[in-house]
Design a protein around this ligand. Structure first.
Ligand SMILES: [Zn+2]
Length: 445
């Protein structure tokens, strides 16, 4: 049998561990996995040597913002950044675009806006907001990978939060479907208004107890309904024990955290540096260590970006006021390097990173062809140099706006090539692609 492509690596990160292997590709799928030097015949035979071969990452938390706020980010720019960062599947959040994805008609608008512009595969979350309960099952049938809700003001008026009864009722509607409700879990009653350039005051305005109170509500609603719930962007490490307890009790709960909570610590954030603003906030180094332990223990399942950019003027208002600035960190292109930089220092392996950033998010979103190097799966591959260090240059970012708190940081681990369903995406010097976009719009399946 002659294959279209074989990619060989002495460090192929397979589901059962890292070893020397040859991954053979036929059409869009992985057709065979053999020994590194196996006499596999293919039209293109690429030997990565000591470069690692990873599964394409799956980032289930990306705010693309198109249509409606395309000047913040868009499908073309977000998916180019994803390709450059080794991310081959993104799941687009239902809010910040206009309309938000809270009905089948809005999903159709979103898919129309995305069609023909995507460099990586794109799936969609639906939204659960007050009054759209009758849209949840139709959206599920239309192929959304699950539903997002807020328990406090989302930052945009067209995507209001659910109250306690609303949360329970949305979970109740989804219980029979196996669809997951992913929840922005902060409790407004525990949050104070923030203003000024002092990062410490901003962090203090959104204390861990705000996350704790909201997660308690999610756990009790998930327990009462039997539905699947997921905590997005967990920041307060004191909640790890509560999540572990709920899981141990058989409640269908999972959780994610984000590269910025694992890489940065609040003590390092300069006053007025609003590029670090996100909600919940980046907390102190002790909290960061405890979050790592929650991840390493398997209580936190996924590592995803929460890429949520906006135009630079909305990020700073020129004043560095943490109250006024938009909350959201842009990192889609940098997440793998940021996580690997910190993870390798802790003695973690690329197997861990592939589980956190590819396999677990694919499982969360119900995308069985994604997230692992396995025969029959999509040939989404990443050539990654785990030893190359580089300084983050905003001019090399493909995000619509180059604002990122990683600017100027030295990160270790660089994406050299990304293949989407067997097609190489990156050009010379690992730059983002040119030509015709090859990404597809996915449905849960
Ligand atoms: Zn988000």
């Amino acid at each position: 049998m002659r294959y279209d492509l074989v990619v060989r690596s002495r460090r192929a990160v397979l589901p059962d561990g890292t070893r020397a292997a040859a991954v053979a590709v036929s059409g869009p799928a992985i057709a065979a996995i053999d020994g590194y030097l196996a006499p596999v015949e293919a039209d293109r035979d690429i030997d990565l040597g000591d470069l690692a071969l990873l599964p394409g990452l799956v980032d289930t938390h990306v705010h693309v913002n198109e249509p409606g706020r395309t000047e913040w980010e868009g499908f073309a720019t977000a998916t180019r950044a994803a390709a450059a960062g080794g991310v081959t599947t993104i799941c687009d959040m239902p809010l910040n675009s206009v309309p938000p994805t809270v009905s089948v008609a809005a999903l159709r608008e979103k898919r129309t806006a995305a069609a023909g512009k995507c460099w990586v595969d794109v799936a969609f979350w639906g939204g659960a907001v007050p009054g759209n309960e009758e849209s949840l099952l139709p959206l599920h049938e239309a192929g959304v990978v699950g539903f997002k809700c807020f328990l406090l003001d989302s930052g945009v008026p067209e995507f209001p939060p659910l109250d306690g009864p609303g949360l329970r009722s949305a979970l109740g509607s989804l219980a029979a479907t196996d669809s997951v409700l992913i929840v922005h879990a902060e409790d407004a009653a525990e949050i104070k208004a923030a203003s000024g350039r002092d990062f410490g005051s901003f962090v203090a305005s959104r204390p861990p107890v705000a996350e704790r109170r909201a997660i308690e509500k999610v756990i009790s609603a998930a327990a009462a309904t039997g539905a699947r719930a997921h905590i997005v962007h967990l920041s307060a490490a004191e909640c790890v024990a509560m999540i572990a307890g709920a899981k141990a009790a058989g409640i269908r709960l999972s959780a994610e955290t984000c590269p910025h909570y694992l890489y940065f610590a609040a003590e390092q954030v300069p006053d007025g540096a609003t590029e670090f603003k996100c909600c919940p906030p980046i907390r102190d180094a002790v909290n960061r260590e405890a979050l790592w332990r929650g991840l390493e223990a398997g209580v936190i399942d996924c590592l995803v970006s929460d890429h949520s950019p906006c135009p630079p003027e909305l990020k700073s208002f020129g004043s560095g006021d943490f109250g006024a600035a938009w909350g959201g960190i842009a990192s889609l292109q940098l997440g793998l390097s940021a996580v690997w930089t910190a993870a390798r220092r802790r003695g973690r392996t690329l197997d861990d990173v592939a589980r956190w950033m590819a396999a677990a998010p694919a499982a969360l979103a119900g995308l069985p062809a994604k997230g692992r190097l396995a025969v029959g799966g999509d040939a989404d591959l990443v050539a990654f140099d785990p030893d190359e260090a580089y300084v983050v240059d905003p001019a090399r970012l493909e995000h619509r706006h180059p604002v990122t708190p990683y600017a100027g940081r030295t990160l270790t681990g660089r994406v050299r090539q990304t293949w989407l369903r067997g097609t190489a995406l990156l050009g010379a010097d690992s730059r983002a692609p040119d030509g015709e976009p090859v990404g597809r719009l996915l449905k849960r399946g």
